[in-house]
Structures are given as structure tokens and as C-alpha cells.
Design a protein around this ligand. Structure first.
Ligand code: NAD
Length: 358
């Protein structure tokens, strides 16, 4: 049986890094005898140019008939003069999240031991690497749920959460922690915000169903500070929408390059959307220097979470580690004594390692 994946490369470096991910999927297919059916579709600025809209109906139906979506990135200077609601990111990504009820944001902040020197923090803070997973609520809170408005005298946004919304994301965090080191840090602002009192109460109640997982609560300002002071203390970090947005970017920077980090947006079915955390990087697009590893690791997450192929996920991560061990780096992570390779070469080397390691 062939497994269907929608491939939405998008704009800027999207198509360049997607090529590497497709190469790696071909290598996974050969190594594990799995047949993938890749359905490519236009999205973002490219789709605006070709079809007049960032998310054409045909693209949406391609996603609907697939098991998961591998997304590149969208946007660029060419489309920045459009009205905000028509711009590629807002008009493609947010509707996709809403349409598929992708309420779970999973963002690993992963520092490979080979790359500790690429981090802006002192290497001794995580000499053995760093592996934090941020579980962010994606479709509620102040960004989406409550009333918002503006008149001559004021503007307002409202933070609102229901117990059900908090409970379903908390369960994802605890279930995920069970597969890892069984520690959850829940980030809130329960000393100031009523919504966050509900958040803390609900997370504590859900925790009772997971006696093997240790839970601690941390105010968001302290969490922002602790991430810099001692990042290795964290394993799974559970956050609401806005705090998760900020904390996950902070955690990403610990790792040194946006080009290394994948992400997953999941629903309560196995369907999910997977994408690098970075954008379309117009400053380097078309030059063959972008790092394809974030896109390749996004494909790995897709295989694990949507296609239930954890061994293929692990094999891709191992292949990336081996290529880094061999000293190959794209320009964004290069350092003294390493060999700088192009986007295409990096994709080829990882794919090669996958088939070679059989
Ligand atoms: P960006 O993430 O595209 O780039 C920030 C910096 O990181 C740039 O210097 C870029 O060169 C570098 N970078 C990012 N990915 C890299 C990679 N794989 N390899 C090497 N370096 C990499 O952010 P930006 O410049 O703020 O945004 C550019 C465009 O991307 C905008 O139009 C924005 O709307 C869009 N964007 C899209 C998404 C998305 O599609 N999900 C997310 C963020 C931004």
C-alpha cells in the first residue's frame, strides 16, 4: 500500500530544501520497502501568481486526500504589498491550521552535540547536546479565541481558554513525556491572569492521570530566564498559544540556526502538517546555500507522528548525525575544520547515509 504525502514547497528556499527532503524520502522508501505517493501542490506566493490565491481549492483537496502535509515555507518581498489577509503566510498557513484543527504545535529545540559551538550560549551549558520539546497550544488563547477589536479610543484582544482546550493539549504533553524522560514543565502566568489560573488547575488535574510523569509549573518570565540560565533542566515544555510562540523562538535560538529545526502541527487524528520553523529566507534563496536539515527532520517527524513509522524517523536522525560527524556543514552551521557543502550536497549525503547504513 502506498502512503500519500502532500508536498507543498512554497516560496524562497522552500523548493530548494524540499528537494533534499524528497531525496531522503526516496532513500527511506528504498531502505524500508515503503512506497510513498507524493502529491505536489502550489501554495503561498507561487499559488497567488499562478491561481490568484495563496491556498487554492485544489491544494486544499490534495491535503485532504493525503495522510499528512510536508510544507516548505511561504512569503517574500514580492507579496508584501498585498493586504495583510491576502499575504502568503496569513492566507495559506493559518487557514490550513484552522481547516484541519491543528491545535498541537510540537517544536523540538535540539542541539546536536556536533553543533554545540554554533549556539550563542556557552557550550558547557549543554556539552552533550540539548533535546527540549515544546508543546504549544495552536488554535486558542489570545491569538484566536476571544473577542478583539479597535475603535478611536482603544484596541483590545482577549485571552480565553476553556478547560477542554487546556485538557486536550495537556494530554498531548503528558503522553509525549511518557515516551521521553517523563518530565513536563507547564508555563503560565497564574499569578496575574485568570485564564492561566484555569490553565494551571487543569494541567494539575490531568497530571493525576500520569503518575509516572513529574510536573512542575513555571511562570513565563522565569521560564524565559531559565531557558538561558540552564536549558538542560527542561524536557517537555507545555505552553499556551502566545507564551509558546515566544518561548519556542527563544529555545530555537539556543540551537544556533533556524535551518536545523523542524516542527509539527497536529490534530486529534493522525493527520499533521510538518514544516521547518524558519521562513522562506529570501536573503539566501536561489543560491544553493540553505540548510535542508530542518526540512529533512520535518519529514522524519511526519513519518513518526502521521505515518507511524518511528524506525524511519530514527534512521533519518541517525543519518543526519553521521553526516555531521563526517564534518559536513551548510554555510549557516559551518565552523573551523568543517567542510562546507551546498543545499543539494547536504541532501544527497544524508540520503546516501540512509541507504548505506542498511
Ligand atoms: P526567515 O526565517 O525566512 O529568515 C531568518 C534568517 O534565518 C535569514 O537570515 C535566513 O537566511 C536564515 N534562515 C532561515 N532558514 C534557513 C535555512 N534553512 N538555512 C540557512 N539559513 C536560514 O525569516 P524572515 O526573513 O523574517 O521572513 C522571510 C519570509 O518568510 C517572510 O515573507 C515571512 O512572512 C516568511 N515566513 C514564512 C514562514 C512559514 O512559511 N511558515 C515562517 C516565518 C516567516
Amino acid at each position: 500500500m502506498s502512503r500519500t504525502i502532500a508536498i507543498l514547497p512554497g516560496d524562497g528556499i522552500g523548493p530548494e530544501v524540499m528537494e533534499g527532503a524528497e531525496r531522503v524520502l526516496a532513500a527511506v522508501s528504498a531502505r524500508f520497502s515503503i512506497e510513498f505517493s507524493l502529491a505536489r501542490a502550489d501554495v503561498g506566493g507561487l499559488a497567488i501568481d499562478r491561481h490568484g490565491t495563496a491556498l487554492p481549492d485544489k491544494t486544499l483537496s490534495t491535503c485532504e486526500s493525503s495522510e499528512a502535509v510536508l510544507f516548505g515555507s511561504v512569503g517574500g518581498p514580492k507579496w508584501e504589498t498585498l493586504p495583510p489577509e491576502k499575504q502568503p503566510e496569513r492566507a495559506a498557513l493559518l487557514p490550513l491550521r484552522r481547516h484541519f484543527d491543528l491545535f498541537v504545535g510540537l517544536r523540538p529545540a535540539l542541539v546536536f552535540p556536533q553543533l554545540v559551538d554554533a549556539s550563542p550560549l556557552k557550550a558547557e551549558l549543554f556539552r552533550d547536546g540539548l533535546d527540549i520539546l515544546i508543546v504549544r497550544e495552536l488554535t486558542g488563547g489570545v491569538y484566536f479565541a476571544g473577542p478583539k477589536g479597535r475603535d478611536e479610543t482603544r484596541a483590545f484582544d482577549t485571552m480565553a481558554y476553556t478547560p477542554e482546550e487546556v485538557e486536550r493539549i495537556a494530554r498531548v504533553a503528558f503522553e509525549t513525556a511518557m515516551q521521553r524522560s517523563r518530565r513536563v514543565t507547564s508555563v503560565d502566568k497564574a499569578n496575574i491572569l485568570t485564564t492561566m489560573v484555569l490553565w494551571r488547575e487543569t494541567v494539575s488535574r490531568v497530571a493525576q492521570d500520569y503518575p509516572d510523569v513529574s510536573l512542575n509549573h513555571m511562570y513565563v518570565d522565569n521560564a524565559a530566564m531559565q531557558l538561558i540560565r540552564n536549558p538542560a533542566q527542561f524536557d517537555v515544555i507545555l505552553c499556551g498559544n502566545m507564551f509558546g510562540d515566544i518561548i519556542s523562538d527563544e529555545a530555537a535560538m539556543l540551537t544556533g540556526s533556524l535551518g536545523m529545526l523542524p516542527s509539527a502541527s497536529l490534530s486529534d487524528t493522525s493527520f499533521g502538517l510538518y514544516e521547518p520553523i524558519g521562513g522562506s529566507a529570501p536573503d539566501i534563496a536561489g543560491r544553493g546555500v540553505a540548510n535542508p536539515i530542518a526540512q529533512i527532520l520535518s519529514a522524519a517527524m511526519l513519518l513518526k507522528f502521521s505515518l507511524d513509522l518511528p524506525e524511519a524517523h530514527d534512521a533519518i536522525f541517525d543519518a543526519v548525525r553521521l553526516v555531521l560527524d563526517d564534518g559536513y556543514r551548510t554555510a549557516d552551521i559551518a565552523s573551523a575544520g568543517t567542510t562546507t557543502v551546498s543545499t543539494e550536497e547536504m541532501g544527497r549525503k544524508i540520503a546516501h547515509r540512509l541507504t548505506e547504513e542498511v
